[in-house]
Design a protein. Structure first.
Length: 256
């Protein structure tokens, strides 16, 4: 079994693969400090919940944008599974070319998403990840990642509202029944969701225009991507497991 781990700013997402099949996905909060034992035991418990023996884990691959958790996480995996994880970083084979001005600035999660979108859906492709930040990355037909746009994610925008305006409450991030809001909560929800839809459609249109790629595919992922992708025809496909699939694809390239 292959364990794929995406360490994001808000959540750690874990995928369990048997062959090409995802047997389970799980999330845990990133910001809670944990020891190597806590990480190891958590992963052991996840496998036990799916009736999978821990000895079935043959490999682990990790993409992380949070360096502070990596020592404990990797130590826990080595201690409890006797497997040294592969870390997505400089020098690893991915199958795409980073053609931006400073490739080392590119986050591991964005590289993994780009690999998955290109391999699974073909190029040119624009991949959008609705995570802590909302990222838009353009991969050309030849597999070159040439440009990216970074915007505040929905949760960042929501937190900015209720943390910086004394009378605005903390709310659930969801689409209201109508943009014609009649109370504070639905007015905030309308501003967040419809604002994100408008931003998304404009960025897609502008990137297609400047790249000269009017027929480029658009693939979205990320926890809040489902809300936005349902509301716009500008997004062709929503794939909630894109990052985990990308990690599996990168793992497979290391043996070639």
């Amino acid at each position: 079994m292959l364990v794929t781990i995406d360490v994001g700013n808000s959540n750690i997402t874990i995928g369990l693969f048997e062959g090409n099949t995802i047997k389970g996905t799980f999330r845990m909060t990133t910001k809670i400090p944990r020891t190597s034992d806590e990480y190891g035991i958590f992963l052991m418990d996840l496998l036990a919940a799916r009736n999978m023996p821990h000895k079935s884990v043959k490999a682990v691959i990790i993409a992380s944008v949070v360096p502070d958790v990596m020592h404990s996480l990797t130590s826990g995996i080595v201690k409890y599974f006797q497997v040294k994880p592969i870390i997505v970083g400089p020098g690893i084979r991915t199958g795409i070319k980073l053609a931006t001005e400073n490739p080392r600035e590119m986050g591991a999660d964005r590289i993994v998403d780009a690999v998955a979108a290109y391999e699974l859906y073909g190029g040119p492709v624009l991949v959008i990840d609705f995570g802590t930040a909302t990222t838009h990355d353009l991969v050309l037909e030849d597999g070159s990642l040439v440009a990216g746009v970074t915007a505040p994610g929905l949760r960042i925008s929501a937190n900015a509202l209720w943390n910086n305006a004394a009378k605005l409450p903390e709310i659930e991030i969801r689409k209201p029944d109508s943009i014609l809001a009649k109370n504070t909560v639905t007015s905030m929800q309308a501003g967040l969701i419809y604002g994100c839809i408008g931003q998304t459609e404009y960025i897609i249109r502008k990137m297609k225009e400047e790249a000269g790629l009017a027929q480029m595919k658009v693939v979205a992922t990320g926890g809040l991507g489902k809300i936005i992708s349902k509301e716009t025809s500008a997004i062709d496909t929503y794939d909630p497991d894109l990052t985990l699939k990308g990690l599996k694809l990168i793992y497979e390239k290391q043996g070639k």
